[in-house]
Design a protein. Structure first.
Length: 251
């Protein structure tokens, strides 16, 4: 799913998050306005206001993705993110990423310059997708009250089962990319999580990956070291698969 939404951002597609519970959105999605499942009006309004899809980037994005040769899921995602960042395809709305940092900007309210008219088939496909999205939102809005009513007893209260073991440790990924001051990938960096006594070395793309077991997405200390570079220390949150930072050379 993360690969899908990262690719959608690279393709400049419209994203409308539908919130099922209190789980926070991923960092790359937090700038999009989400709607709860029972907010049919908000979902429909956002879908109606969504612009038609862009096709200018489709060929170049697909061509770059076809160059990925790895098959393991997390490795594919990491390489795709690196490609999107290098090509500056992470631009979406008022957010863009450069050298591992997230920046906010506001586009001017100028009208788009007139361009070549889109083919009829392409417009038809876009409108079909929009109509399907609207019908899905309406269907969810109709079904939700019935499902809520079926779980409500005579007293008018809803019984929600408690988790069997909420404190049970679960695996969490931590994936990141390290770059130098020229925004080039930095290999052979020793990255460690002292809390779990784990150490990894960045690959030729400057990437590293940890998988640790914890009861929740807790914040832990991260330490990055490489001869000739200043030591990097930071607190990171387990479950972050888009971590990125820059290491600077020693003076």
């Amino acid at each position: 799913m993360e690969f899908e939404w990262c690719t959608a951002i690279a393709l400049k597609k419209t994203i409308v998050p539908c919130l099922l519970d209190e789980t926070p959105l991923a960092l790359s999605l937090r700038t999009f306005h989400g709607h709860r499942l029972n907010d049919a009006t908000g979902l429909i309004t956002s879908l109606l206001a969504a612009p038609l899809g862009h096709t200018e980037r489709r060929e170049s994005v697909i061509r770059k993705l076809s160059d990925i040769t790895v098959t393991e899921e997390t490795a594919v995602l990491a390489q795709a993110k690196t490609v999107f960042a290098q090509q500056h395809w992470t631009v979406q709305g008022n957010v863009y990423q450069a050298a591992g940092d997230i920046h906010i900007h506001h586009e001017s309210s100028t009208l788009n310059a007139p361009g070549k008219a889109k083919p009829l088939v392409e417009k038809w496909q876009t409108w079909v997708a929009l109509i399907v999205g609207l019908l899905t939102a309406v269907t969810l809005a109709i079904k939700l009250p019935k499902e809520l009513a079926s779980t409500t007893g005579t007293s008018g209260t809803t019984s929600i089962p408690k988790p069997n073991n909420p404190a049970q440790p679960t695996p969490h990924l931590l994936i990141g990319t390290i770059r130098d001051e020229a925004s080039d990938p930095l290999p052979e960096v020793q990255v460690s999580l002292p809390r779990f006594n784990l150490t990894k070395t960045t690959d030729s793309l400057g990437q590293f990956q940890f998988e640790v077991s914890a009861s929740e997405q807790e914040t832990v200390a991260l330490l990055a070291q490489k001869p000739g570079y200043q030591t990097y220390e930071a607190d990171v949150t387990l479950g972050n698969t888009a971590l990125g930072f820059t290491m600077r050379k020693k003076p």
